[in-house]
Every structure is written in structure tokens, then in C-alpha cells.
Write a protein that binds this ligand. Structure first.
Ligand code: AMP
Length: 215
């Protein structure tokens, strides 16, 4: 089964993808993580992507699609697409690539989260540059900001700075949100509307039920 996690920055795509990986053996394909890895390794792709990411803008479609094509070459089953596709052009490219590989997208999970919660989450978000997990600053109280899994010092993503977040949300509403209707028309969309005080485990339970992963 191949799944797409669709949602605004801060909607919990990475968190839910990580849970699906652990519980059901999916492989996470996060274009954002791959770009960040390339930036850390100072590759040509990293240098190119960084110019866009640091402005909060999307990396051009042709660059992103080529990156995904390379990943699909290694694996094209049991994938979770996290942060891809982000434009209609990317969605069309993905359908084409998967069709050529005789596979498809089974469900698109749209994580619907109110904007004030997105902003709150992004402004408190810290990530582990090693294991890629994300955390909330307030959960650490006065303890040192180090990853509880591997001891790496946690950092704030450069594009989580407030000025960049506004640009990222604008890019989301303009370029990515049209994918909601696009996949609804294809009858692939499942909307998971986050309820007040719901935990990430509650959201995960709803994802498992909606995709019939336990059947
Ligand atoms: P993310 O980690 O998914 O929040 O992505 C961080 C940043 O990487 C985005 O704001 C974009 O600049 C870039 N990026 C990630 N995925 C894509 C994509 N599918 N298309 C274009 N840019 C992307």
C-alpha cells in the first residue's frame, strides 16, 4: 500500500509518517528530509534546494520530481509520501511514475489542522538533525534540549523562523491546497480533521482505521 500525507506545515505529517514506519513497516519518503540531508552534505542538489527552502519557497517541480524518480527506482511499494506532492504538476508526475512502475497511490490522508495550531506548533518545534524526529520545546521544561533517543543537540529548522513560516503557509494555500480537491475527485482523499486536545496517537488510531491497516 502507498500512502500520501497531505497537509500544511506543522500538521503532523512527519510525526504520523514515523509512526506508520514503526508500526507497519512503511518506508518514509520525505522530500524535505532528503533536501535537508543534501544541504548538510553540501551536494549540488543541496545548494540549489537551500536557496528556495531558506526563503520558505518551494523547490522547483522538475528538481523535486527528478529526486523522487530516483527514490522510486529503489522502492515503489509500501511508501509514505511525506511532503510530496506539493503541486498539481508534482501529483501528475507521481501518477505517471507510479503507473510506469505498475503501482499506484492507495489513499491520500489530508491532515486538517486549524491555522492557529499550525503556527503554535511550528514556533515551538525543535528537530533532531540526526534521527529527524521533531519535538515541542515546552515538553522539555528546564531540561537540556537534547534528543531523548540519541543525545544529539536539538535545533530549530531555519525555515521555522516566523517570517519564513508566513511564506510557507502562503505557498501551501496557493500551490498545495488545490491537491485536496484534486485527490477528492479521484476518490482517494481521506480527511482527518484534528479535534481539540487530540494527541498524535489519537490521530494515528484514526489513520489506521480509515486505511484499514489492521484488517
Ligand atoms: P518539509 O520538511 O516537508 O516541511 O519541507 C521543507 C521545505 O523543503 C519546503 O518548505 C520546501 O522549500 C522544500 N520542499 C519539500 N518538499 C517539497 C516538494 N514536494 N516540492 C517543493 N519543495 C519542497
Amino acid at each position: 500500500m502507498n500512502l500520501i500525507l497531505l497537509g500544511a506545515p506543522g500538521s503532523g505529517k512527519g510525526t504520523q509518517a514515523a509512526k506508520l514506519v514503526i508500526a507497519y513497516g512503511f518506508k518514509q519518503l520525505s522530500t524535505g528530509d532528503i533536501f535537508r540531508q543534501n544541504i548538510a552534505q553540501k551536494t549540488d542538489l543541496g545548494r540549489l534546494a537551500e536557496q528556495y527552502m531558506n526563503q520558505g519557497q518551494l523547490v522547483p517541480d522538475d528538481v523535486t520530481n527528478r529526486l523522487v524518480a530516483k527514490q522510486l527506482h529503489h522502492q515503489h511499494q509500501n511508501l509514505i509520501f511525506d511532503g510530496y506532492p506539493r503541486t498539481i504538476a508534482q501529483a501528475e508526475a507521481l501518477t505517471q511514475m507510479l503507473t510506469q512502475l505498475h503501482t499506484k497511490v492507495d489513499y491520500v490522508l489530508y491532515l486538517d489542522v486549524p491555522e492557529r495550531l499550525l503556527i503554535k506548533r511550528i514556533s515551538g518545534r525543535l528537530i533532531c538533525p540526526h534521527c529527524k524526529r521533531s519535538f515541542q520545546r515546552h515538553d522539555f521544561h528546564h531540561q537540556p534540549l537534547i534528543c531523548p533517543y540519541d543525545g544529539t543537540k536539538l535545533i530549530r529548522r531555519p525555515d521555522d523562523a516566523p517570517a519564513k513560516v508566513r511564506t510557507r503557509l502562503r505557498a501551501y494555500y496557493q500551490e498545495t491546497a488545490p491537491l485536496i480537491d484534486y485527490y477528492r475527485h479521484q476518490r482517494l482523499l481521506i480527511t482527518i480533521k484534528e479535534k481539540p486536545n487530540e494527541t498524535s496517537d489519537d490521530v494515528f488510531a484514526r489513520i489506521v482505521e480509515a486505511t484499514k491497516l489492521n484488517d
